[in-house]
Design a protein around this ligand. Structure first.
Ligand code: ADP
Length: 365
């Protein structure tokens, strides 16, 4: 039998441990072992672990293995575990199991990311090499040289945007990236994001409108929030036809602030709407290449929203347009009660109060 000391140690262990006797019956477990589904009907549930126990019992040597185990009797979901089996006492064998599923998944994601980034970098770098060669061989034809140089400029813009977004994404992906939380004025975030996009909007004659609640605050990182809203506005312009409108609307609930970016653009097919938040996913890679898209913008938005304790959702209809909504917890600050211009649902009091987009950003004061 398991002595009291061992039993006490087992009761405080976080790891999954199962102790079996000579008949294969389970005599002790930790809670984690049950959570992983290692024990069924008083015995070890998985034949592969039972085999290891038999072999340890034969020669007394410790066995280590990495195994894929089904999560439950009928489950197709597999767990990746590392197992160590050792003889403990004359009749007892101890099985220690570590769940590696999450760690292996993260490794795979990281590997994928590196492969994707290298692939994405190769395209503009390859194009630049070819263009440089073309310039060299067209050295005596000024018009050709000018044409190639223009294309080189757009490839370098794409390259620097990609590098910038990869860095941005790695920054927001770090858990706990928000270290210095400050109270941030949503009006300022939206105004700054719109300000950065005025040139892109003008180039396509897209009207930028702003409406909704004013004076709302959230707690977070101002520059990250500007990046998130900016990415949404940037997409709204890029995936809309010339002469359409893009609207940024702020809604304030008691506890939640919503920043919605609404366009009248091409829309996203229903079955792909969730996938647009994946890294490097593009509905139409060719079009995205034309617009200089990297496929990273929305995953940055998703991470920024999550880092702030919120989320981002999409509504879209092909040919009608899309609405991306960032939801964030609303910060309650003492100023809210005293400020006569404080947060209000402008929409509910009548017409929204649009602010011309070329207003200078309001002062930080
Ligand atoms: P990209 O840099 O390619 O725009 P994003 O991550 O920002 O990358 O967006 C991923 C994909 O989602 C885009 O390539 C595009 O196909 C689609 N998408 C994003 N925003 C919109 C929008 N407002 N309207 C239509 N499609 C959009």
């Amino acid at each position: 039998m398991v002595d009291d000391g061992v039993a006490r140690v087992l009761s405080v262990l976080r790891s999954a441990v199962v102790i079996v006797d000579a008949s294969g019956a389970v005599v002790r477990t930790t809670a984690a072992a049950h959570a992983l589904g290692l024990v069924r009907d008083g015995a070890l549930a998985h034949a592969s672990i039972r085999d290891l126990v038999v072999r340890v019992r034969q020669d007394g040597a410790i066995r280590d293995a990495e195994l894929d185990l089904p999560r439950g009797p009928m489950s197709k979901v597999m767990l990746r575990v590392s197992v160590r089996v050792a003889a403990m006492a004359p009749d007892l064998v101890c099985v220690l199991v570590d769940d590696l599923t999450q760690a292996r998944r993260l490794e795979a994601i990281r590997r994928d990311f590196v492969v994707n980034v290298s692939h994405e970098l190769k395209t503009p770098v390859g194009a630049l090499t070819l263009l440089a060669e073309a310039v060299e061989s067209a050295a005596d034809e000024p018009d050709e040289v000018r044409r190639f140089a223009t294309r080189m400029q757009s490839e370098t813009t794409r390259l620097s945007r990609l590098v910038h977004e990869v860095i941005e994404l790695s920054r927001v992906q770090v858990a706990g990236a928000l270290e210095d939380l400050v109270i941030v004025d949503v009006d300022e975030v939206v105004a700054e994001a719109i300000d950065c996009e005025v040139t892109a909007a003008d180039a396509k004659r897209v009207r930028l409108d702003l409406g909704g609640a004013r004076g709302v605050r959230v707690s977070g990182d101002r520059s990250m929030l500007v990046t998130a809203v900016r990415n949404l506005v940037d997409n709204a312009i890029a995936y809309s036809a010339d002469g359409t409108a893009v609207k940024v609307a702020v809604r304030a609930g008691d506890d939640v602030v919503e920043i919605a970016v609404v366009d009248e653009g091409i829309g996203i097919p229903a079955d792909l709407q969730e996938r647009v938040f994946e890294r490097f996913f593009r509905v139409d890679p060719a079009r995205s290449r034309d617009t200089g898209g990297t496929g990273l913008g929305l995953s940055i938005v998703k991470h920024v929203a999550a880092d702030h304790g919120g989320d981002v959702t999409v509504w879209s209809q092909l040919g009608r347009g899309s609405t991306f909504t960032i939801r964030l917890p609303r910060a309650q600050t003492p100023g809210d009660d005293e400020n006569p211009d404080g947060a209000e649902e402008v929409g509910s009091a009548g017409a929204p109060r649009p602010r011309p987009v070329d207003d200078p950003p309001r002062s930080e004061a």
